[in-house]
Design a protein around this ligand. Structure first.
Ligand code: BG6
Length: 471
């Protein structure tokens, strides 16, 4: 292009967190335990009991986000703070916390972007079957309706379920698959179906209770490449993209199962139990936009001789055992054209542009990026400085590609990197940091939990002030 389209006026420059990774206060003011609070983590890593102590320090944190210039702040509601038992009695102190948080966000002129459910299913629900039990669908709808009624006068943007696809693809680590579950993959696809119904009910309830508000799903979408120009590799890439990405968005947006993913599930014996009424419910639930998280791309090959490929190093290929991961469907391979970070995730800003175009062309709904960022072992240096130049490069490269995607014609209304402030990673502790704000604690030593602005803070502040012109 000779000239790039500018970021639209009112573009929602933001940043994200989730309740269990930032709040701490895991058992305070009546909060019930979640699956996260009952999970076992390696003893050398931080658990989630204190996390970044955002629960007690949110006012100072929001002041920092205002100084950063955020137009929106994405956070999640801890379901078991509102409903300690998942669907029993409402906990008024939990409800009051989110009133205070949302008021504080609004007082600074920031738009709240609220995720209803970010991995932290109430433990009481898990004990009676979790997402395998259809009663959890009703419990989620009730929780969502309560959130809409309590906060809907101040919240215009809602997200249903964070990374439902990763909960299914990695059900034993961030999902709700109890260890030793027989027939785990069939169980996960049944859970997936129930989550889809829960999401549809939440979208319908949102439109009924808050006609002016907008709601959408928030899957993790990876750009998927075929390893070579061999047609068989193209089929493998298409298989993988269907099972990993489109299954979830086709259900959320069109209310129907992706054909390739369906055939895969049928072939493997993973088909969920489904009724006609459920399919009509899925068709009624309509998102207003698509939110998605993007970190990396994946390269896959068909099951052909591996002479050109070393072992796959993509994020999910290396550390995520996929359901039905089967060499007749796809195998993950290295991508010699890309660098990867120290955690094995391929850095691929151009793949970000491709992903925006693909999602937009498939669904024709406005898009917002709700996560994108670089995890790194940041160090606090003299004068409480953090020189996170690598993160700045990562974000800047990705934002440049977003602008290209907008120039390509993609309707994009916001960008929320992960994360607003340092928080505890899903399974790699607090040492793997993502934030614009450094939180002074180690894995096991809480120190003083003081907040320090990283170099990326000042960089993002300038960028927001110029509405994306000063990259
Ligand atoms: C996404 C999640 O998978 O990626 C976040 O929505 C998570 O909760 C983020 O923290 C980064 O992943 P990780 O495993 O490095 O924490």
């Amino acid at each position: 292009y000779q000239t790039l389209a500018p970021f639209p006026p009112g573009f929602l420059w933001g940043a994200s967190t989730s309740a269990y990774q930032a709040e701490g206060a895991w058992n305070e003011d009546g909060k019930g335990p979640s699956v996260i609070d009952r999970a076992v983590f390696p003893p050398e890593l931080s658990d989630f009991t204190v996390a970044s102590d955002h629960y007690h320090r949110f006012a100072g944190d929001i002041a920092l986000f205002a100084e950063l210039g955020l137009k929106t702040y994405r956070f999640s509601i801890a379901w078991s703070r509102l409903y300690p038992e998942g669907d029993g009695a409402l906990n008024p102190e939990g409800a009051a916390f989110y009133h205070r948080l949302i008021d504080e966000i609004r007082r600074h002129g920031i738009e709240p972007l609220v995720t209803l459910y970010h991995f932290d299913l109430p433990w009481a629900l898990q004990q009676r079957g979790g997402w395998s039990d259809p009663r959890t669908i009703g419990a989620f709808e009730r929780f969502a309706r309560t959130a809409f009624k309590l906060y809907g006068d101040r919240v215009n943007y809602w997200l249903t379920i964070n990374e439902q696809n990763m909960m299914i693809l990695k059900g034993d680590v961030i999902g709700t698959l109890p260890p030793g579950t027989p027939d785990p993959q069939r169980t996960l696809y049944q859970q997936n179906h129930h989550m889809m119904l829960a999401q549809a009910r939440a979208m319908i309830a949102c439109h009924e209770l808050l006609p002016a508000a907008k709601i959408g799903p928030a899957p993790n979408i990876s750009c998927v490449y075929p390893a070579t120009s061999r047609p068989e590799d193209a089929v493998a890439a298409n298989n993988y993209a269907s099972i990993r990405n489109w299954l979830y968005l086709d259900l959320a947006c069109h209310g129907r199962y992706n054909a390739v993913a369906w055939s895969f599930m049928a072939e493997k014996g993973f088909l969920p139990h489904i009724t006609a009424d459920e399919m009509s419910l899925l068709a009624q639930g309509r998102p207003d936009f698509i939110a998605f998280n993007y970190y990396a791309s994946t390269t896959v090959a068909a099951d052909l001789p591996l002479d050109n490929h070393s072992a796959g190093r993509g994020r999910e290929i290396e550390d995520r055992q996929l359901p039905g991961m089967d060499r007749s469907v796809y195998i993950g391979v290295d991508n010699p054209h890309l660098e990867h970070n120290q955690f094995g995730w391929y850095l691929d800003p151009v793949g970000f542009r491709v992903t925006c175009r693909e999602i937009y062309e498939r669904y024709h709904l406005p898009l917002i990026v709700t996560e994108n960022g670089l995890g790194a072992f940041d160090t606090l240096e003299a004068g409480n400085k953090v020189h996170d130049d690598e993160r700045i490069r990562y974000l800047s490269d990705h934002i440049r590609q977003l602008q290209l995607a907008i120039t390509d014609g993609v309707r994009l209304f916001g960008y929320c990197p992960w994360s607003a402030i340092d928080l505890v990673s899903t399974h790699q502790g607090i040492g793997k940091r993502y934030g614009f704000v450094y939180v002074n604690r180690d894995e096991r030593d809480l120190k003083d939990l003081a907040r320090f602005r990283k170099k990326s803070f000042f960089w993002y502040q300038r960028l927001i002030k110029s509405n994306g012109r000063r990259l």
